[in-house]
Design a protein around this ligand. Structure first.
Ligand SMILES: Cc1ncc(COP(=O)(O)O)c(C=O)c1O
Length: 430
């Protein structure tokens, strides 16, 4: 038998165990109404023809490279370049949808955004001096990737629409005093996971200024930006970045479908080479990737490439349609919370936020929300949610839960909140 303690310490870390536990609970109670996973709405998948996408992409490649359709199609069955095949199409869509002027050579196509996080951390964090700061609560994937790489993580508290500049300065000072440095700050400025909060344009500019003053990189995760009301969309950090401080992490998981496992990193920072030349950081990320996943499946890239081509390399129309659905679900969830929890809220027993986009709402309970409580909620009340503790770098206990409304109908949201209210009414202290 292998001594579990002899394995990498991330494996005994409670946060990695929590994710396993969550997956198990969801599988154990298939009948429960689940506010747990941040999964896109499944009926959208029925509109996608994978075969049409692959054919469209193959026709495009055949024309672009000057080869036959069959030869273009055959390429998809082969190994491919580590940096990816569809960087040019992604660059076009970033220009159309986010006015980001990015050269395809600065893009590396990855196995989901998760791999992009891993590659970026591996490249930037070169010694134990380097500390990762995260605006928290945050996506556990970045915390997990840092743990696998033995990177120290410190949290910067999220403030509604902003962040505390003095706290950020203190984090940097504290790192310096310990002989360390904040190398990068991870932030999801648009409808973050798990709170659905959004950074004001002013706060974005201040973050860029702070990154320059303290000399760190910003890792911008934009998985949910597409859910914005188009009249309220704000410029991405990368679009505002004059100084190449921002590494942008993208995914087609939410606007497209997660099963494709296609994401990307935009890393246009220039790095010096041994021979005295310079190359974009994206090429270094591709070198790491060549030893990790070799290349993102060409078949999956062709599916996403075909989707981009179908929409003329702008996903704005797709975003408009899907964001209407998600915002309508969010409204249904907030209305149901008002209906079912209004009295408890007046008594100060519960509270929740009211995001304008994204997939999530954060609900504060009168007791700590842990795995045992989730198990009870699923078993006795038939409703699942996510304990907020897993979104912090070191929260021992936390009285909050995340409710996701993305993969539910309005009827299920209403019934789910009714069950949730019964569950909360049964808690001690309510
Ligand atoms: C904020 C955020 N970033 C990244 C990801 C992961 O994206 P991918 O499925 O492309 O790895 C998720 C998935 O839920 C997410 O919520």
């Amino acid at each position: 038998m292998i001594d579990g303690m002899s394995l990498h310490r991330s494996l005994t870390d409670p946060s990695l165990q929590s994710i396993n536990f969550l997956n198990e609970v969801v599988a154990r109670y298939p009948e429960a109404i689940s506010f747990a996973p941040g999964a896109p709405f499944e009926e959208f998948f029925d509109e996608v023809s994978i075969e049409d996408c692959i054919n469209r992409y193959s026709v495009h490649t055949a024309e672009k490279v000057g080869i036959s359709f069959l030869a273009a199609r055959r390429r998809l069955f082969q190994y491919g370049p580590s940096q990816g095949l569809i960087g040019d199409l992604i660059a076009k869509s970033l220009r159309s949808d986010f006015t980001m002027d990015i050269d395809a050579s600065s893009i590396v196509v990855t196995v989901g955004c998760q791999e992009a996080m891993f590659l970026v951390l591996r490249a930037l964090f070169s010694s134990t001096r380097d500390v990762l700061a995260v605006v928290e609560p945050c996506f556990p994937g970045i915390l997990g990737a840092a743990k696998l790489l033995d990177i120290e993580v410190v949290g910067l508290e999220e403030r509604e629409g902003s962040f505390d500049r003095r706290q950020l300065d203190r984090l940097c000072d504290h790192a310096r005093a310990r002989g360390k440095r904040v190398r990068a700050l991870y932030v999801a400025p648009d409808y973050s996971n798990p709170t659905g909060s959004i950074l004001s344009e002013e706060a974005r500019l201040e973050l860029l200024e702070a990154a320059g003053a303290e000399d760190f990189f910003l890792l911008e995760d934009n998985a949910y930006g597409f859910t914005a009301d188009p009249t309220e969309a704000r410029p991405t950090l990368k679009a505002l970045d004059q100084d190449r401080r921002v590494i942008y992490l993208g995914t087609f998981a939410k606007i497209g479908f997660p099963g494709a496992r296609v994401g990307f990193a935009v890393a246009d920072q220039m790095t010096s080479t041994r021979g005295g030349g310079e190359i974009p950081l994206a090429k270094e990320l591709a070198a790491i990737k060549s030893m990790l996943t070799v290349n993102t499946s060409p078949i999956c890239q062709a599916v996403i490439g075909g989707l981009l081509l179908q929409h003329n390399c702008s996903l704005a129309s797709l975003a408009r349609k899907k964001s209407l659905f998600y915002r309508s679900n969010l409204k249904a969830l907030l209305e149901a919370l008002d209906r079912k929890f209004g009295t408890l809220a007046q008594l100060g027993k519960v509270s929740w936020n009211a995001p304008a986009g994204g997939f999530f709402v954060r609900l504060r309970l009168p007791v700590s929300a842990d795995e045992a409580l989730l198990d009870l909620s699923a078993r006795q009340y038939g409703v699942l949610w996510t304990p907020m503790r897993i979104f912090y770098c070191s929260a021992e206990s936390c009285p909050e839960i995340r409710l996701s409304c993305s993969n539910l109908t309005e009827a299920l949201i209403s019934e789910g909140v009714t069950r949730l209210a019964k569950f909360v009414q049964g808690l001690p202290g309510v």
